[in-house]
Write a protein that binds this ligand. Structure first.
Ligand code: CO
Length: 461
């Protein structure tokens, strides 16, 4: 019997309606999700944190509390981008440790930790902290297609994760380009080599994810990642209902389809009313082209916007070709955040101004080694063109970052935004957006002002 990780409250709405599902619209289905028979629900992390404070003006820590109070049977899982946490840059170790500590204290049971480049040095601090708190850790392998991403490559990454005593291994196919037979081989190799539970996370983007899960289960996968329709398929994940019927009796997950149907009906209702303006048919349809060029849909629409701005829309085909070359130049990074943005922006610059004649700051940082070690070495001539006389760093990128937690803490208190310790983390991660968000909590802030005065006394101002 395969166990199910339900992604409805995180990845599914992140993939299909730009992460905009509000907590108030989750609350009515939480008791149903609680008794649906899921092993875990992924409901926090990824882009949810940023989108909540930036656009929804909701406190992510409050959402976590609300869900924790109402969901007790499945474990609560979050997606953590290693040293990037839920942001887009590397944070110092003290912030990473505090973040994991408070996420765990507020109710996260399982930390799914990944790094875009599969550089395990970027995952070490969060994994160790989560383990030391008593959490379950899913060490995650980012899947992509390239000449260097062989089964052996993934086994090496997995080995480094196993050394860190992760509880599960997860294969993360964020682009939806994994195919069923590679999936089978990968799961089988991981199970044979490491004898720990394996989870497969495959997006439906290329249309293969249902087949992937069937082969994964055949190969001995312990968990599959699904969503409740209508927040399923397209660039999201296979629906749990579909997977239930796709799997043979001995592997069928022990889920309650009646309860799931009720959730499904509810989602249908709100999606076509309150959220109807967010519906974009393109993300609800699989796009098999991705299997061929491996360029995520979002990247292509970005290219069109960028090229339009400089009146060079006719250059799209050249840019797509250049993406392949840049990716090879840079050591075959998987096209996920932040590598997709780096490769994409540089490809556009190369087509418009000549190869590496204009170098984006992010490309410089990447080649310098500030994002970590690429899957394969960066081409020597590209290092020379980008860094001139400098050399890439050899150390773990976060070793170069000064601690910042205490400084942020002091600032949050001084500015009168402190209502709880978690506010410090929100501020550390997104200082500008966090302040705008804190300002929307006006009634609370007035109370906080009194607390600030108290703090001033304590701090001796
Ligand atoms: Co995903």
């Amino acid at each position: 019997m395969v166990k199910v990780v339900d992604l409805t409250l995180r990845d599914a709405h992140q993939s299909l309606i730009a992460t905009r599902l509000r907590t108030e619209d989750m609350i009515p289905i939480l008791d149903k999700i609680d008794k649906a028979g899921f092993y875990a629900i992924e409901m926090w992390g990824g882009a949810t944190f940023d989108v909540m404070i930036r656009y929804l003006k909701e406190d992510p820590w409050e959402r976590l509390k609300i869900i924790r109070e109402r969901v007790t049977k499945p474990k609560l899982m979050m997606l953590l981008r290693g040293q990037n946490l839920v942001g887009y840059r590397h944070y110092p170790d003290d912030v990473v440790e505090k973040f994991v500590e408070y996420a765990y204290k507020n109710g996260i049971d399982i930390f799914r930790v990944f790094d875009a480049l599969n550089d395990v040095r970027n995952m070490r601090t969060s994994i160790k902290k989560a383990k030391s708190m008593g959490a379950i850790v899913q060490g995650t392998i980012t899947y992509t297609v390239s000449p260097v991403h062989t089964i052996d490559h993934y086994l090496k990454v997995a080995e480094e994760l196993v050394v860190l005593e992760v509880d599960h291994l997860t294969i993360k196919d964020m682009a939806g380009i994994l195919d069923p037979y590679t999936c089978y081989q990968l799961v089988k190799s991981l199970k044979e080599e490491f004898k720990i539970p394996v989870d497969v996370h495959s997006h439906f983007t290329g249309g293969l994810a249902v087949a992937n899960y069937i082969k994964a289960v055949e190969a001995g996968a312990d968990f599959i990642d699904t969503a409740i329709s209508p927040l399923a398929f397209g660039t999201s994940h296979p629906s749990i209902q579909t997977m239930y019927y796709a799997l043979p009796k001995e592997h069928k997950p022990d889920v309650d389809l009646n309860v799931i149907r009720e959730v499904s009906e509810y989602l249908n209702k709100i999606l076509f009313t309150k959220y109807k303006d967010l519906l974009d048919i393109r993300v609800f349809m699989p796009d098999p082209n991705v299997l061929e060029h491996q360029i995520p849909g979002g990247m292509i629409s970005n290219f069109l916007t960028q090229l339009k701005q400089v009146g060079a829309e006719d250059k799209l085909k050249e840019v797509l070709e250049e993406v392949k070359r840049v990716r090879e130049d840079l050591g075959w990074p998987p096209l996920v955040t932040p590598a997709s943005q780096i490769v994409g922006a540089q490809a556009v610059l190369n087509v418009l101004y000549g190869r590496y004649q204009v170098v984006a700051k992010e490309t410089y940082n990447y080649v310098k080694g500030l994002y970590g070690k690429p899957p394969a070495p960066i081409k020597e001539e590209v290092i020379k063109m980008v860094l001139k006389n400098e050399r890439p760093i050899e150390s773990r990128p976060a070793d170069l970052i000064e601690p910042m937690y205490e400084k942020c803490r002091k600032e949050v208190i001084e500015k009168g935004y402190y209502s709880k310790e978690e506010d410090v983390l929100t501020y550390c991660l997104f200082p500008d957006v966090a302040q705008e968000f804190f300002k929307t909590r006006i009634p609370q802030i007035m109370v906080k002002q009194r607390e600030k005065d108290l703090w001033d006394e304590i701090l001796g101002y």
